[in-house]
Unconditional design. Structure first.
Length: 330
């Protein structure tokens, strides 16, 4: 179901956007800007731009994939630029909308659209998940760890593969349980199902479980905390959701991607094309703060930092299950 254009614009404007020419905008993915994960990272980057420049931006939270084209079109018609679309679910819509507005700058996060007015940003998620996989294996006492993904897509499979490979590098005998939430975009916003999958893995012996499932992962982290096992967050820093129960968070710096694009456009330096971000580019990291400091031993921190350095300088190449075929280990 799509919204009438007038109603859509009313919602856009009420979200704090001034309908001014050349103001930037962000269109979130399904799950809402306060999903505690992927969307919220984008929101943080936009808010940083607002705080530093004093300028407003447009924003819209789609309720379904069907609203994507309408939201992108409405922003473009109102003169917003750049318009940052968060998530691969916007790819098909953007491929159709961008050619209609050749003077508008568009940005797509987590997928690629080839057009002269589009910048596509993708991440080597497998590099960051390799590092936190090491931490998971080192923290585990049972020798069983878990992975709960969102929508079963190549992006999440490469995330899972990196996690498995990192864990096996630290403990070749560790068992890694992998479950995906579902085959549709609804898999990103089902915390009840996330909790169910976590409990299933915990019943099978997992004492560290990572989520790569957007809003669904919030339920997974809650279930892990309730069971007294460790969770691992992703996208945003989720350590503070359950202090002492979240081993770490692997951040995908969507916040920086949004902020940098807003600022580049403001400074007249925005460019289209493909950007691929990994550890070397600062596009991924893991979090050590007061909420999880007691969980990370000096040995674990050293192992993670060594892996980060080796990946960044090319000594370790982490298999990309999306581009290079199925994960070589299970």
């Amino acid at each position: 179901m799509t919204l009438p254009t007038a109603l859509l614009w009313l919602l856009v404007a009420s979200a704090g956007a001034a309908p001014a020419l050349a103001a930037p905008a962000v269109v979130y993915s399904v799950g809402g800007k306060f999903d505690g994960s992927f969307n919220e990272a984008a929101y943080s980057g936009a808010e940083r731009y607002r705080a530093e420049t004093g300028e407003s931006y447009g924003e819209f939270e789609i309720a379904s994939q069907a609203q994507s084209a309408q939201a992108l079109t409405t922003f473009a018609q109102k003169g917003f630029s750049p318009i940052v679309a968060i998530g691969f679910t916007h790819a098909n819509a953007l491929a159709k909308v961008a050619p209609r507005f050749p003077k508008t700058q568009f940005v797509l996060v987590d997928a690629v659209v080839e057009a002269p007015n589009v910048q596509s940003i993708v991440f080597r998620e497998q590099e960051g998940s390799y590092v936190v996989g090491i931490l998971a294996a080192m923290a585990s006492k049972s020798g069983v760890i878990g992975f709960v993904g969102g929508m079963d897509i190549p992006l999440i499979r490469k995330f899972a593969c990196g996690y498995i490979l990192g864990a096996r590098s630290a403990d070749p005998q560790v068992k890694v349980l992998v479950n995906m939430t579902g085959p549709t975009p609804a898999a990103w916003s089902d915390p009840v199902r996330g909790a169910e999958l976590a409990r299933s893995q915990i019943e099978q012996g997992a004492d560290v479980v990572i989520q790569a499932a957007g809003g669904t992962g919030i339920g997974m982290l809650q279930a892990a905390a309730d069971a007294g096992v460790l969770g691992i967050g992703t996208d945003s820093n989720q350590n503070g959701l359950h202090p002492g129960q979240v081993l770490t968070s692997m951040r995908k710096r969507v916040d920086i991607a949004v902020y940098d694009n807003f600022m580049a456009a403001k400074d007249g330096e925005w460019e289209p094309g493909l950007k691929v971000l990994g550890l070397a580019e600062g596009g991924l990291d893991w979090v050590l703060d007061d909420a999880n400091a007691a969980l990370i031993t000096p040995q674990m921190e050293a192992a993670a930092e060594a892996a980060e350095e080796a990946i960044a300088n090319g000594e370790i190449t982490v298999h990309d299950a999306a581009a290079d075929g199925p994960c070589p280990v299970r």
